[in-house]
Design a protein around this ligand. Structure first.
Ligand SMILES: Nc1c(NC[C@H](O)[C@H](O)[C@H](O)CO)[nH]c(=O)[nH]c1=O
Ligand SMILES: CC(=O)[C@@H](O)COP(=O)(O)O
Length: 169
């Protein structure tokens, strides 16, 4: 099955991020990969109108800590969405499975707990090359995808809020 190019999208379908405020939590594990994800995410957010002062980046030790780092953003900052960026690469043991499971479930829980977008920008690969291919390589940059997702979900929430206000809720 052909792998989707993570950086290919219809730019016209992406709303303006001008007034949106983003937190980005980045795992330090596999930093060559995760820093490339963060660069792609920041560049894409700015490409669609987000300002430097509305994009805050923080680092955590590993992907397992991404949900807690994201929760700190949600609880201590006036943020519209949080991007969780990490790279988990299969090693010799089942540790990979538990990290991926933990960050995935933690991210889902945050979306529902805070009723705002927490975007899963975590690469879960068999090899480092697969990760590099998805962090600005031949398959694009998952950071770009995470940024577009965050913008669209913030806009969707704003649409529902406007509709509810018009209806008097
Ligand atoms: N092996 C990888 C890790 N491992 C570290 C965990 O994420 C966590 O920091 C540790 O278990 C302490 O709680 N993290 C990654 O992001 N990527 C890996 O490939
Ligand atoms: C995903 C991991 O934790 C992994 O990189 C650690 O490697 P190993 O499973 O060989 O201990």
């Amino acid at each position: 099955m052909a792998t989707k190019d993570l950086s290919q999208y219809d730019t016209k379908s992406v709303p303006s991020a001008e007034k949106m405020r983003f937190g980005i939590v980045v795992a330090e594990w596999n930093l060559e990969v995760t820093s490339a994800l963060a660069e792609g995410a920041v560049n894409t957010l700015k490409k669609h109108g987000a300002s430097d002062e509305n994009i805050k980046v923080k680092f955590v030790p590993g992907s397992f800590e991404l949900p807690l780092g994201a929760q700190y953003f949600a609880e201590m900052d006036n943020i519209d969405a949080v991007l969780l960026l990490g790279c988990v690469i299969q090693g010799e043991t089942r540790h990979f499975d538990f990290i991926c499971d933990g960050v995935t479930k933690g991210t889902v829980d945050l979306n529902l707990k805070f009723n705002k977008p927490f975007v899963f920008g975590v690469l879960t690969t068999n090899t480092q090359q697969q990760a590099l291919d998805r962090a600005g390589g031949k398959h694009g940059n998952k950071g770009d995808e995470a940024a577009v997702t965050a913008i669209k979900m913030v806009d969707l929430k704003q649409q529902f809020r406007k509709k509810a206000k018009r209806a008097g809720f």
